[in-house]
Design a protein around this ligand. Sequence first.
Ligand code: BG6
Length: 511
Amino acid sequence: MSTANPLRDPRDRRLPRIAGPCGLVIFGVTGDLARKKVVPAVYDLANRGLLPPGFSLTGFARRDWDDQDFAQVVHDAVREHARTEFREEVWAQLAEGFRFVAGSFDDGEAFERLHDTVRELDRSRGTGGNHAFYLAVPPAAFGTVVAQLQHHGLTRSEGDTWRRVVVEKPFGHDLASARELNDTLAGVFPESSVFRIDHYLGKETVQNILAIRFANAMFEPIWNSHYVDHVQITMAEDIGIGSRAGYYDGIGAARDVIQNHLLQLMALIAMEEPVSFDAGALRVEKQKVLSAVRLPDDLSRGAARGQYAAGWAGGRRVPGFLEEQGISLTSTTETYAAVQLFVDTRRWAGVPFHLRTGKRLGRRVTEVAVVFKRAPHLPFGPHATEELTHNTLVIRVQPDEGVTLGFGAKVPGTQLEIRDVTMDFAYGGSFTESSPEAYERLILDVLLGDPPLFPRHEEVELSWRILDPVLEHWAAEDAAGGGPDLYVSGTWGPESADRMVARDGRTWRRP
Ligand code: BG6
């Protein structure tokens, strides 16, 4: 007898989506990312009842641990970083599925043990042959790990079972290396089984861009070069590089953030309406827009970079980038990057998109600001609109998630004066539901095999194609003895970035 509930329509996306029988294997489980994001997200999913009862989590790392040691590490990570409350009964059930395999990535015997572990889980926990392999490891190790998985039969799925691989950025450091990486993955997994994490796409507010644009009638008519003056996409952080010198030095702000998060945000803002919200339909539109992106001819004017010098953050004195532990004194790695881009389509002809990101800036904020043109005529006399700027739609990704519409209104009184005001939508004020963490959403999507929020290799390569000339331009400047401009920690970046937008008479917003 069927147990399916006839009232549940599987197409109803409001219903909670619960993963079927499966397990997750994490490589690099001792790293920061696994401890702070991935492992706590797994617990939060379990706590929300979104994982199957037999779900299993296997750690793979070069540590002399047994399952109990691993469980303790997971426990500490969950206690420190999970977002939902700790519940003994949830923990106890989850912990029964913890396994640890000790070994290095080139240790064939360790992968044999992993193979046995996965088999044993299928028998004892009912994971059904469905396993995802999460590579929270440096990209240099991707090739070795996937080759080992393949060699030891871990990538083979039988019948309806599945094997998937999850990869974390950086997806290469330029177009050529990204292609190489994609080829490596493609040699082992079909593209539909490769899930590249861009955690910005898992953020509630980023997904809301699509809702705002395509669920409403009023924005579409003005979403084009007739009405939009320019678009600013900002991801500002007040933190420095912390303990991530090893990862960050030589990578820098443009590769770390613009190549992935900011170009994805830009694609969502600029793309045409997809015919549906299927992964394929979304991807087509994002690819179209990314392939129409053009850099200005003169990159010394159309791009800017900086490096933080000592200054203040959160009321305390902080060191400059070159004084951070593990950074070479001659490093030219940028901690701030800004670029001006154009989208050569009928919709966006001539509209600049200004993208910027930086560490140790004035405050932590990520937002997209669509800045509209001024009214063609202002019939109010010469002084009434002196304090009126541009109508602006701001999508605040974080913190204080929400949307703000800025427009002009009359200042109360007998005089005629028009000033900027805002109309605000704040998530906290309108919804009682709390947003899941980006990693929760994305891990669940991996386990469900739901791909719309994961960039495909074409998008990754198109993004590198956009960024490569900027990186080459900066490398040539370095070779000629140049380097990034300095900016004082706690300010809003180098003056060269202000000049970049000021040439067209524009200014950066101070969020
Ligand atoms: C990561 C970058 O992708 O995003 C980090 O590598 C950055 O450098 C982080 O700090 C910011 O993420 P979030 O979600 O805090 O904005």
